[in-house]
Design a protein around this ligand. Sequence first.
Ligand code: BG6
Length: 463
Amino acid sequence: MSARKGNALVVFGITGDLARRQTFHSLYRLEERGLLDCPVIGVASRELSGEQVRDLARASIEAAETIDEDVFERFARRLSYVSGDFGDEQTYARVAEELGDRDFPVFYLEIPPALFATVVSGLSRADLVSRGQRVVVEKPFGFDLASARELAAELHKYVTEAQIYRIDHFLGKLGLREVLHLHFANTMLEPVWNRNYLSCVQITMAEQVGVEDRGRFYDPVGALRDVVVNHLLQLLATAAMEPPAGPDPDTLKDAKRAVFRAMPDADPRHYVRGQYDGYREIDGVASDSTTETYAALRLEIDNWRWAGVPFFIRTGKQLPVKETELRLVFKRPPRIHFAGVDVRRPDPNQLVFKVDPSTGIRLILDAQRGDRPNEIHLDVDFAKEGGEGATPYEVLFHAALVGDSTEFTRQDNVEESWRIIQPLLDSPPPVHPYAKGSWGPPEGDQLLAGFGGWRGPWVPEQG
Ligand code: BG6
């Protein structure tokens, strides 16, 4: 049965930082592609006129691309604004009034999670969520396992699990869909995607930027909560799952759940934390902060496909490049005796999936090059082979409006993710300093002793 389409989008927190960086621009792009066909109502506490909100929209879109005035005009006509305190019943009455007879809006909460329950209970008292209307919530969903459970219990007082669409914007990235597709749409790849052929899997999410002006948000959070428990575990599950046996969202989520269920709790002895030099001077960061801006860890999946193949994850800010990739490292071949004068053992093959900021695939093989054997790279940059798709927030807004929950996270999987990393939150190892522009502290490399160290990431040449 297909879901009912939303006939309005109500955005709580439309004057915030995320709206400025992502929301307006993504909605504008949906408008441009003819995929936005309902009013957009912003809600926030600031006293602003509709005109001022349209100015905010214009400024944020202009910061991202050159505006097409016709498209902007169409988008601006959809946009209206309700100002009010989220704790005040009147705010919801005004939202209801603005909605008029549009009885199936989608609510999007880009506000601090501490306010989720306030807003959802306000919507419930105004009778705006009693007919299955969807509520999209931004990350983070909880601070640890216990708080994720509490938050869900609070929201479930007013809405069902099926109404809640939790955003993990990585699920809107083409790169993740690409990994799943390549794995199961290619007879050459699927048979080797397991412990019989692989020695380890490496996931790198490197960021060149630092914490910048987000010190107040970031310092109580750190890299593990900011990107590992959500984005990178979703990437891991996408890479490690069995083929979903049907197209419905729950079958896919069940396949991910099977991966998480097979993962033992993370071991703090296989967890390295780093903090870049200068981090403590950032506005909003404690002068004695021990928050990690770099995290490297080893996880296991105890099932028939993966037992004995460690999954190594590393992420950090102020690293040399911006690049996210998944890398399958194969077992090393035996020595070969025919290849030249030296008896030589080739390096392992590697299959690399470039996930972000653009997508591509690289296969590393050993070949005879000129007069000696060497490693060769077979690369395909997908941007040049059919183009890049929509940005994550375009994908997710559109999916929320049409009622496709495939790329949103479900409570049981959120809880499993917290369960897996909870020991790392409970017993964090000391934090090691690292220089800006480096690959993190040397301790992060020792994690891979016996596995040949971190490889990559693959950074395609420009041009
Ligand atoms: C966000 C984190 O969820 O993801 C940020 O809060 C991080 O700290 C960002 O920089 C990375 O997203 P992307 O899409 O730029 O890879």
